[in-house]
Each structure stands twice: as C-alpha cells, then as structure tokens.
Design a protein around this ligand. Sequence first.
Ligand code: HEM
Length: 466
Amino acid sequence: MRLILRSPGGELGGGLATIPLRPDNGMAPSTPALDSTPVQQVTGKEPRVSPREHLIERADYAATLEPLEYNPFMPEVHEDPYPLYDRLRREDPVHWNLPGVWICTRYPDVVGMLRNPRFSSDSRNSDLYQTFAESVDVDLGIFDQEGARSMLFVDPPDHTRLRAIVSKAFTSRAIEAMRPHVQSLVDELLDQAAATGTFDVVADLAYPLPVTVICEMLGVPLEDREVFRSWADDLVLLLDPMVTMDVLDIGNRAAIAFHEYFGRLVAERRRHPQPGLLTDLIEAEEHGQRLTENELIVTLILLLVAGHETTVNLISNGMLALLRHPDQMRRLRQDPSLIRTAVEEMLRFDSPVQLTGRTALEDMEIGGRPVRKRQQVVGVVGAANRDPAQFSDPNTFDIGREDNRHLAFGSGIHFCLGAPLARMEAQVSFLAIARRFDTLELATERLQWRDTITLRGLRALRVATR
Ligand code: HEM
C-alpha cells in the first residue's frame, strides 16, 4: 500500500509525494514497508545540514529513551496528542519528519510561519507536490484545472481577490445580526434533544446548528444536507498529512460530486435568483468579472465544508472539556459573563483544527534548523496552543483565561474568515446549555474520535441530563 503525503485537493488539499505504509501506519525507516519500495527513494529529500549539525542532531536523537517521531496515526496519539506535542516542543521543536516535512510545535515558530510571506499556501510550489504529481496514478482532472484552488490554498494576489468577494458576509457586525436567529435554532435543537433525558451533543446540536446556518447564509437548500454531508466528510480526509490512494480516490469523487452539485445550483440560481451569498457571488462574477465559474464553485464548497466540519468540533470538544472539568462548568453556570473567554479557552485547549501547512519560497532557518526552498513545513496549531512559553499552565482548562492569543483560527492573511460565526454559534450554544441544565454528565464509556488528523473532533458525545 502507498501513502500520499498531503493530497492534491484543489478545494481543500495540498498535494504531495507517496510513501509506503507500514502495518501500524508508522513511518520509521527501520521497519520494512509493506511494499518493496525503499523508503529513502520515495520520501523526499533529506534536509541539507552541515556534518556538525548532523552530529548534534544524531546525539540529541540518541539521548532520548525512545526515538521521537511525529506519528499522529498511532491510536494513543490520535486519542490524546498532547503528551507527544509536549515532548516534541521540548526535545525537537522543529522536527524533520521522515516523509519529508518539517513539523513545528512551538508557538513562535508556528505563528512566525503563518505570518511570513516567504511561505506559500500553495503546495504546488513544493518538491513533494511535484513528486506526487508525477507518481500518482489517479485522474486529477478537477484539481488540475485553472482556478480550481480555493482562497485557502492560494497566495496573493488571487488570495486577496477571492477573500474580498466574500468577506463582507462574515464581518463581526453581519454575524452579530444573526445572533437572535441562532439563539432560536439552538433553543429548538435543545428542546428536542433534552426531551429524552440523554442526547448526543454531536448529532443533536453541534452538527445540525452550523450546517443549518451556513446553508441559510449561502442559500443552499437545507433538505440536500444529507447528500452533501458524506461528500464533506470525504473531502476533508484530503486535509490530512498523509492519505492512502484509496482515500485520495474517495476525496476526488467527493470533489467531483460537489462540483456537479454546485454547477447545477448556480445554473438554477442564475435563472431564478434567491437571497443568499450564492446569488451575491453569481452577481460578482457577472458584473465585476472578478471571479471565474470554477472559483465561484470552489468558494462555495470551501464555505459549505468549513461550515460543516469545524464548528461541530468546537462545540463537541468544548463540551467534552466542560464535562471533564465540572468545576469550570459550575463556574460558567454561576457567571455566564465568562462565555467569551470560555469559548476562546475551548478553542485553545482542544483545537478543532490541529495543524496547517506551508511551503518555503526561499531558504531560511526556523529554530536553528535549515529549511530549504520548496520544502514543506507543518505548523501544529494544537501544540502551539499548549506552549508553556506562551500560556501559563497550558494544560489547565481555565474558562476565565484572559491572555489567550491562541492560534486555533490561524494567523496572518489566511486567518479564519468564519471565526466570528464559529465564535457566535459556540457562545450561544454554551450559554443555552449552562442555563438550561443543572447537571450534565458524560453518558459514554469510550469516546470515539473521528479518523481525521488535521481536524480533531468526536464522532458522538452522549450526555445525560438530570
Ligand atoms: C471552530 C471553527 C473553525 C475553526 C477552528 C477554523 C479554523 C481555521 C483555520 C486554522 C484557518 C487558517 C488555515 C491556514 O492558515 O492554513 C481557517 C481558514 C478559513 N476558514 Fe475557518 N475555522 C472554523 C470555522 C469556519 C467557518 C464556520 C467558516 C465559514 C463558513 C470558515 C471559513 C474559513 C475560510 C474561508 C478560511 C480561509 C481563509 C483564507 O484563506 O483567507 N471557518 N479556518
């Protein structure tokens, strides 16, 4: 079996080289791969460092009791990545990962990467992508087309143009105007959920709320949500650092299905315009000619998928943190004015987006390590958000934390466009929960995390009310 180091996904992914997968999904060179391809041959270039640096590097490495590897696929790491993040931050904060990327876990390095214009969000600028494009044997039709990359994966000036077209709809003021409506949606969902005494926070609140809101904002029929839920779930698999060829194929199909769906919907809305962002985008395309049809469609896909796949994790991870820290739950009940800092702490403590990647546009140094032009760098946001040099007692969940400049929404020019919306939805949800339930307990023996690495969230979270 072969793995792909970041996918080509125009809408969502990055795109890179293949590496063999060993039985435990590990990446250690010492273990023979399942297929016979020698690991060195397919994992990209080793970083070019001086012999002395090599020595220091190997000495450091040998000094650790166990080899330190960034392997987010190990079940225990997947369940709780934070102990590994602590070790990486301490022992090897700019870590050369076997498949050929740098893994940064310290706050200053991650924020530096996100704000540095010498890094590109377009993975086609990397050597690994080129290796990938040459080696992969699936049809990349859609991903290869002009304008097939969303704003998330392009640089200025395209990024500036694409972001400007939709940014008005997501300003804090526009989002605040939606608060009363979101409140009524939350009340309705909680009325239904609470009726039976136990409910699933994911299925009954965290998923339906953001999906309903983003569908309404875009002007996409809500009744289609079951159809595109599975496409959204499939598409975000492409965001992960490594995917199998099978997963690439699944993601590719989802992208094609989404394209066809939105192609039809755009044609329909051209004939019969209806209020919503979708129609606004069509008008922007027709009048200003600032947007191609492909760009229009990938923007819609990005917004719809972001609306599906991230806020759900904020609400469920945040709920889990409150359930595991009943003192903080009591604190919120007693002082609802803490809601703003509480949601920021949820974003920091168990970040819904754990990592993001960039490609170096020139040679540089990060934390004393030589990062070469066209190499890829991963910023582990989830680790930066627990950096003790930035946050006091970072492993403590404190809903009153004031100095909380977390990176859960990224930083710099790609800072999350949907942040005001996600924050507002979470604030309304947790205030309603705190006010409504005197007690709320975990009603699940074993938590099941979603398979994704980049996006961290629960499949289900059953709670009991009393
Ligand atoms: C808790 C929920 C959310 C989290 C944690 C989150 C996280 C992020 C992060 C980390 C980035 C930057 C990625 C990078 O720099 O590589 C980002 C970008 C983005 N997010 Fe979110 N997001 C959330 C909700 C949303 C929602 C609800 C929407 C819209 C419906 C949205 C739309 C976007 C868009 C369009 C971008 C790209 C911005 C750009 O490239 O300029 N996000 N998000």
